[in-house]
Design a protein around this ligand. Structure first.
Ligand code: NDP
Length: 446
């Protein structure tokens, strides 16, 4: 990292003590920006880096709710409105016991660059709660969502801040959140949340978009080296929204996905993952992935407490959570002959593992580029809401494919332009930064 970044990084560390994931995300972006500041001193003159690391607004609130046994429980809610230079704050809500300010801030910071990369008019933000929906009844999840929105609604609006889902927040939670927003405001403001059900303002393809988009990005990368998914052995981590649709699209493109996981372990299914069974177990029954292996009846095994990466494959798609692929996993993958990694999750690869992949010269797509299809399709949902329209699946899927191709090319061209061809991490950080930074300069010191 260039010396001129050090005082700014020190300030970030001092202002945000203990928020290690946020520090990691900032460091990773700073590592790419040296050549940009050398070429464009105006960004340093206007303190754009200092400003971009400081959220515009951070909201922390109490979420009281009553469980089925009549006990009063308290969770903490967050919304970090990071940057609105390009449009209303946009980014998901995560419900998971690990959520604290540092996680929300890292996600919000990443989101600023990701949303910029999509080329769409959306700023960056993120939110969530340390509430754990797992094991909770429908009634408990609904009451929690209603209480969460009873505070958050005052900060939202289709021109202000537009949340969506993330870990632990899917269509069910978005429904309860939207219902409470509608009730409090007495407005059917469809554009205030994305990831809605298709019959009440949602967009076709939004459910599939992040996973599909990740695979489309990987396919574009592979093409630059004359390769494709066809006949390739693929490893996917996670079995949630992103993972399931990454598996589906990889299979549509001829890949053989042999592994998927959840927080309890992974399944190895040498005949190829049966997506409809996986959807039944994880989306409908909300059970452990172990149940998948038990029901598959073809020799698929469940490996408790382990990660998928030791199973060896040509293509790796980490689609679960942050820092789930470390240096030893990277070594395992490289020994197993991996040719491409595309991050469906946000920051799943540790910096040490990323460095190993880059040194080895394998294709590596960072999440802020590869998983941007989700937020891009959320922006398409907002367009449909604004025009009171509903597009077909094929039309929306074609828009998504064109957007992913545009992001791929933007990253590749920017990396070339700044002297690091093939470095998608650098390309994504620089291209994402430039658009936001120029808008910030144009808007003055605000
Ligand atoms: P889901 O809640 O649908 O699924 C998350 C999956 O990851 C589950 O299989 C879960 O296992 C597993 N998981 C969660 N935490 C851990 C952990 N600490 N260790 C191991 N496994 C874990 O979330 P999504 O699929 O929506 O999100 C996955 C990732 O993709 C996140 O990083 C998210 O930020 C990112 N992302 C999501 C987008 C979206 O549109 N949904 C858009 C862009 C990025 P279990 O079932 O046991 O809990």
């Amino acid at each position: 990292m260039k010396a001129q970044f050090e005082p700014i990084l020190e300030q970030v560390l001092r202002r945000n003590p203990g928020e290690i994931e946020f520090h990691q995300a900032v460091r990773e972006v700073f590592d790419s920006l040296g050549p940009v500041l050398a070429k464009h001193p105006q960004y340093a003159d206007a303190a754009v880096l200092e400003r971009i690391c400081e959220p515009e607004r951070q909201i922390i609130f109490r979420v009281p709710w009553v469980d089925d046994a009549g006990h009063v429980l308290i969770n903490r809610g967050f919304r970090v409105e990071f940057n609105s230079a390009l449009g209303p704050f946009k980014g998901g809500l995560r419900f998971h016991p690990s959520v604290y300010l540092g996680i929300v801030k890292f996600l919000g910071f990443e989101q600023v660059f990701k949303n910029s990369l999509t080329g769409m008019p959306i700023g960056g933000g993120k939110g969530g709660s340390d509430f754990d929906p797992r094991g909770r009844s429908e009634g408990e999840v609904m009451r929690f969502c209603q209480s969460f929105m009873t505070e958050l609604y005052r900060h939202l609006g289709e021109y202000t801040d537009v949340p969506a889902g993330d870990i632990g927040v899917g269509g069910r939670e978005i429904g309860y959140l939207f219902g409470q927003y509608k009730r409090i405001t007495n407005r059917y403001e469809s554009g205030v949340l994305t990831g809605k059900g298709v019959s009440w303002g949602g967009s076709l393809v939004r459910t599939e978009a992040t996973g599909y988009g990740t695979v489309l990005f990987a396919e574009q990368m592979l093409r630059t080296r004359g390769m494709s998914f066809d006949g390739r052995r693929v490893l996917v981590s996670g079995s949630g929204n992103v993972a399931i649709y990454a598996i589906e699209k990889a299979q549509q493109l001829g890949g053989k996905v042999v592994a998927a996981s959840d927080s309890r372990g992974f399944v190895l299914d040498e005949q190829g993952i049966d997506v409809s069974l996986l959807k039944q177990v994880k989306e409908v029954e909300r059970a452990s992935i172990e149940v998948y292996a038990q029901r598959r009846g073809n020799g698929a095994v469940f490996v408790p407490g382990e990660r998928v990466w030791a199973a060896g494959g040509d293509i790796a798609l980490p689609c679960a959570t942050q820092n789930e692929l470390d240096e030893s996993d990277a070594k395992n993958l490289l020994n197993g002959g991996v040719v491409a990694i595309a991050e469906g999750a946000n920051m799943p690869t540790t910096p040490e593992a990323t460095a190993l992949f880059q040194e080895a010269g394998v294709l590596f797509a960072p999440g802020k580029a590869a998983n941007a299809g989700g937020v891009a399709t959320s922006a398409l949902e907002m367009q449909q809401n604004a025009s009171r329209d509903a597009w077909t699946f094929d039309y929306t899927a074609n828009r998504l494919a064109a957007i992913m191709s545009g992001i791929h090319d933007r990253c590749a061209t920017t990396a070339d332009e700044y002297g690091q061809p093939g470095n998608y991490v650098m390309g994504a950080n620089v291209a994402g930064f430039l658009k936001v930074a120029d808008a910030m300069l144009a808007l003055g010191v605000v």
